[in-house]
Design a protein around this ligand. Structure first.
Ligand code: HEC
Ligand code: HEC
Length: 264
């Protein structure tokens, strides 16, 4: 399995001792000037696939999301566009998600927001997590913010979610007893078997993953990292994943949105 951690790196991970990983209120383990998108670690082939406007395999989902933006549906007989205008009006939206939903007080990622809008406002059939429709629409909405810097809001009602996300990022878990930080703060740039480990940044999501042959959400990526350390995966839609995502967006503050991004 590609994910398997090579023994030397593992040994390195296990022997990190005495690092105080708790109670840093908003301390940046990777300084802003050292932030790098996952694209940086992806290798020339993936990089050229992403930048090639025509060959980029994420374009198919992007086209389908863009079309569905203007398609009427549901009891409202409205499209997303009927209420929101052209897709470009979504410029600057994805960079501030996850964000608190005023109506429920919950932390919504962009997928939650779209699912909610679809049922509550469009009055159309629910889109399940990771359905082609939801992933494509999330990509389309995100693409309006292409090139904009991530700008998570972590104050007010979002604060406790940020803190929980940060705590989870630092907490060792699973049979391998590893925390996100052990791989993505302490060993980025090093090889995990054949591929270099990235900083685990979220600025490309949802993105086309070559291994999966499809566009996938950040939630799916995180679930895969849970699998990698043999930890119990929270059910789809779980608040922990949203809290970690908020932490990731803050941690990657200023990284530019890539859409459609491509990763191995
Ligand atoms: C054993 C090491 C390891 C641990 C622990 C781990 N990951 Fe990862 N993660 C990977 C690998 C390998 C990849 C795929 C290659 C890459 O981008 O580094 C990855 C990819 C990612 C990416 C996607 C980066 C991109 O540009 O596509 C994110 C985000 C991420 N991880 C977040 C997390 C979070 C959050 C946790 C904790 C819940 C976590 N990871 C735990 C190894 C790890
Ligand atoms: C009937 C009108 C209506 C339709 C149709 C509609 N929306 Fe919305 N949308 C809203 C309203 C109103 C809000 C403000 C939050 C709320 O009340 O749910 C919103 C909020 C949003 C937001 C958050 C914007 C922000 O600034 O944070 C997104 C993203 C969104 N909608 C996407 C969609 C998508 C995608 C569709 C189509 C699948 C859609 N909406 C269909 C009315 C609509």
């Amino acid at each position: 399995m590609r994910f398997a951690v090579c023994r030397t790196l593992l040994l390195g991970l296990w022997t990190i001792a005495g690092l105080a990983l708790t109670s840093h209120a908003q301390q940046r383990l990777i300084p802003l000037e050292k932030l790098q998108s996952g694209l940086h670690y992806s290798g020339a082939e993936v990089q050229s696939l992403q930048t090639d406007e025509f060959a980029n395999p994420g374009n198919i989902a992007l086209d389908s999301g863009t079309k569905s933006w203007a398609k009427t549906d549901g009891k409202s007989n409205k499209s997303c566009q009927s209420c929101h205008g052209e897709l470009v009006k979504m410029k600057g939206v994805s960079i501030r998600y996850p964000a608190i939903d005023k109506a429920t007080g919950k932390l919504f990622n962009l997928e939650d927001r779209i699912r909610n809008c679809r049922v509550k406002n469009q009055k159309a059939a629910e889109w399940t997590f990771e359905s082609d429709e939801l992933v494509a629409m999330t990509l389309a909405v995100t693409s309006s913010s292409r090139g904009l810097p991530l700008q998570a809001q972590i104050d007010g009602a979002a604060k406790k979610h940020f803190e929980n996300g940060q705590r989870l990022f630092m907490t060792r878990q699973g049979q391998m007893n590893l925390a996100c930080t052990n791989c993505h703060d302490q060993h980025y740039g090093q090889k995990l078997y054949t591929d270099p480990l990235s900083q685990g940044q979220a600025n490309g999501y949802p993105l086309y993953r070559i291994d999966w042959q499809r566009v996938a959400s950040l939630e799916r990526r995180l679930r895969f990292c849970y699998t990698g350390v043999k930890a119990e995966i929270p059910p789809w839609g779980h608040s922990d994943i949203r809290d970690i995502s908020l932490y990731l967006m803050w941690r990657g503050q200023g990284l530019l949105v890539e859409a459609p991004a491509v990763r191995k």
